[in-house]
Structure formats: C-alpha cells, structure tokens
Design a protein around this ligand. Structure first.
Ligand SMILES: [Zn+2]
Ligand SMILES: [Zn+2]
Length: 160
C-alpha cells in the first residue's frame, strides 16, 4: 500500500486554512475562530491559532494538570499566587474564617499591605488569599482604599 498524500485540492484547502485570517478551531464540533495572536503577516492578514482561545487554554492547562482558570492565572502578575483556601483560617484578621470554599471564584488575591503594586517588588510575600467575605471585612477594617500604596497608584495613573 502506498502512502496517501493530500490531493492538490486538499492541500490547497489546508494551506488556505492555515493562512486564513478566519481559520476556525481545529477541535471537532467547535466553530469558533482560532485565537487571535495579535500579529499580522506581511500581507496584512491576521494570524490565528489552530484552536479557539477556550480550547487552547483547555489544551495547555490539561498538559500541566491545571484547570483552564489556574492555567490562565499562572500568567497573571499576582493571581498566580492565589491559593485554594482562605488564609484567614489562621485568624490573621482577628477571627478564624469558616467559609467553605467550593469554587475558586469565592477567593481573592489580596495585597497584604494594601499597596496594589507591592507584588512587583515583594512577589508572593506581598500577597495572601482571602475568601470574598474575609476580603470585604479586611477592606472595611483596614481601609485599603486609603493606604499610601493606593494613592501612589492613583498618582502614577494620573501622571501616565
Ligand atoms: Zn474551539
Ligand atoms: Zn475567609
């Protein structure tokens, strides 16, 4: 049996798909556009991934044994520090958290000192994971909005 190569017609269709700015996701049954890579070819056409952004994320996450959200967060400047529980279970805010976490959306990544830029210099040490409830309490108790860090950020934004 000889090898079966793509016919001229098939090949041109395939090449067209690969270069087509409107190429669709290669996952069976998905008709979403391939993820926009944010770049253009010399001829001005848009470069798209062979998978839509959702399937690309699922595929990459799967390879690393993560959920799509965990995978996406791993590129975030500080969401990557998020743990899967509320760190106030140790009573750091003055009471011990008893919230049952069943979904990652219940958790926030909080800048401990209230300075939203502190992760840039301190990394993981600047952050703690709090559930929505504890985060709201902390913000009220310490008035994160009033800290020097927020003021700096505001000034930085205004200057930019
Ligand atoms: Zn898809
Ligand atoms: Zn909590």
């Amino acid at each position: 049996m000889s090898l079966v190569f793509k016919s001229e017609k098939e090949l041109s269709k395939w090449e067209y798909q690969a270069k087509n700015p409107n190429r669709i996701c290669s996952v069976e049954g998905c008709f979403d556009l391939g993820q926009n890579m944010g770049t253009k070819r010399a001829d001005g056409t848009l470069v798209r991934r062979n998978k839509c952004s959702k399937h690309h994320a699922e595929f990459q996450a799967n390879k690393k044994g993560l959920t799509s959200t965990e995978w996406a967060n791993s590129f975030h400047p500080y969401l990557k520090y998020r743990k899967d529980y509320c760190e106030n279970i140790d009573g750091r805010l003055g009471h011990k958290c008893t919230t049952t976490i069943v979904w990652s959306g219940q958790l926030d990544t909080d800048h401990i000192n209230g300075d939203p830029t502190s992760h840039e210099t301190l990394g993981a040490a600047a952050m703690q994971t709090l559930c929505k409830s504890c985060h709201a309490y902390k913000t009220w108790k310490y008035g994160d909005g009033q800290t020097a860090g927020r003021k700096t950020l505001k000034e930085r934004k205004e200057a930019a």
